[in-house]
Write a protein that binds this ligand. Structure first.
Ligand code: DQA
Length: 157
């Protein structure tokens, strides 16, 4: 499968600290390692990737808005903003793209404030608890959705 539009893989606050930050929860891979694995997997799936990280909520909102016309779908690890940001939820709903929520850790095994997600309300599905593999599993899921959408689009064209 090939699609001209990239998958936007967006990472929120503190994910630039991966590898250093609470490795017993998030593992030893850096965000650069995550990006390399995501790009390798995307290559196998015939997808391209736009991979970004910001500590600022507004950047994520702007990038989700940009994705609306430039991406085929979104993988979003919004970090702590997952649990607080109505602005990110609104941007996801406005994007009208398939989005998958991603977390390295199993947020449901952790503090109760991590059990609620605004991002979930704007996402097709959630993958959490598999470390870096959460991103790769989510990419698999998104590739299936995108393939189905483009097959349906061709059938009606
Ligand atoms: C996280 C989980 C969030 O609760 C936390 O605030 C993060 C990382 C994860 O990938 O497990 O920053 O999104």
């Amino acid at each position: 499968m090939t699609t001209a539009r990239p998958v936007y893989v967006l990472n929120g606050p503190n994910l630039n600290m991966l590898g250093l930050r609470e490795p017993e929860i998030y593992g030893r891979d850096t965000l650069g390692d995550v990006e390399a694995q995501v790009r390798a997997k995307a290559g196998i799936l015939g997808l391209t990737v736009e991979f970004r990280q910001s500590n600022h909520e507004g950047d994520l909102v702007t990038w989700i808005q940009e994705a609306r016309t430039k991406a085929c779908g979104i993988l979003l690890n919004a970090g702590a903003l997952t649990h607080t940001s109505v602005a990110i939820l609104d941007a996801l709903n406005a994007a009208e793209l398939p989005a998958i929520e991603v977390h390295l850790s199993n947020v449901f095994r952790r503090e109760s404030f991590r059990h609620h997600s605004y991002v979930s309300l704007g996402s097709v599905g959630v993958v959490c608890g598999f470390g870096v593999d959460s991103y790769l599993l989510a990419l698999d899921g998104l590739a299936r959705i995108v393939a189905r959408q483009s097959a349906a689009h061709k059938a009606t064209a």
